[in-house]
Design a protein around this ligand. Structure first.
Ligand code: HEC
Length: 253
């Protein structure tokens, strides 16, 4: 496992520096096998691109067939569902009451009722429509778009190398581990140790130094589960060489 300490001030300073560091650390540092990148790109296009975006920067640009920004149902992605389950319709609605600001129409009876009723459970589609209308009327500056869904969304993979550990709950340490089925993914991670694993793409989360410096994340704790994003369409059934090639390609994001 190759180790290289990154400058912490650079780690936290965003996507522009992420790109500069990436080419310095991977390409100039000879840590990207250029002869494998072409094969990796072909695999990405076949397996990953439809959900995660276009192959060329900016990756956030959704191609015509891209499902970036759409939600993959939990029954398909099967990652840990605790975050999804704790995000209730009531919470989504309460987020619409953040940043109280100044009510535009505070004295009307309707708006007073809206303020009093903000945590009342929503039962019907009419309730939803009424709530939205009143929120727009009474608090025009508030959040409007939080909503309950049945899964996790397909995000672009820009700056991917610095986003480890992966998945919404940070339960998978490296890209290489994400391409393995759950039983092969590390069950315990020490996160927060800033030595980088250039082969597998992610931070070093095991070994005495990581244990000393990092924070212990146990994936058997509810909410920390490291399963899901598995099966043929998620790339975990690819052969070893193909997984390695895909990781080489993803180093360039
Ligand atoms: C059917 C849609 C779909 C396909 C196909 C798919 N993914 Fe994903 N991917 C998702 C969703 C949804 C998540 C978020 C899951 C979560 O966080 O629990 C995700 C998460 C990820 C993450 C974690 C991102 C982060 O910042 O933590 C990576 C990396 C990733 N996918 C890579 C891939 C690769 C590589 C492939 C192709 C082999 C692929 N995905 C195929 C839907 C998909």
């Amino acid at each position: 496992m190759a180790g290289c300490s990154l400058r912490h001030d650079r780690l936290v300073s965003g996507a522009r520096l992420s790109a500069a560091n990436r080419s310095a650390c991977f390409d100039a540092g000879g840590r990207r096998r250029q002869d494998r990148v072409g094969r990796g790109e072909a695999i990405y296009r076949e397996y990953c691109q439809s959900c995660h975006g276009t192959p060329k920067a900016p990756f956030r640009t959704a191609g015509e067939t891209s499902k970036v920004g759409q939600v993959t149902p939990i029954d398909s992605v099967k990652t840990d569902r605790r975050r999804l389950d704790t995000y209730t319709p009531e919470l989504a609605r309460a987020q619409g009451s953040l940043y109280a600001g100044y009510p535009a129409d505070a004295d009307s009876a309707e708006c007073r009722e809206y303020v009093e009723d903000v945590c009342r459970p929503i039962q019907t589609e009419e309730d939803v429509q009424r709530f939205r209308k009143l929120r727009a009327q009474c608090y025009p500056a508030r959040f409007q778009h939080f909503r309950k869904t049945n899964g996790y969304s397909n995000m672009p993979l820009d700056g991917l190398w610095l986003r480890a550990p992966y998945l919404h709950n940070g339960s998978v340490p490296t890209l290489r581990a994400l391409l393995d089925p759950q039983p092969m993914r590390p069950p315990v991670l020490y996160i927060g140790y800033d030595v980088y694993d250039f082969d597998n793409v992610g931070f070093v989360t095991a070994g005495p130094d990581a244990e000393k410096r990092g924070w212990r994340l146990d994936t058997s704790v509810p909410g920390n589960g490291n399963g899901g994003h598995e099966g043929r369409e998620y790339g975990t059934e690819l052969g070893r060489d193909d997984k390695d090639a895909l990781v080489e390609y993803l180093k360039g994001f």
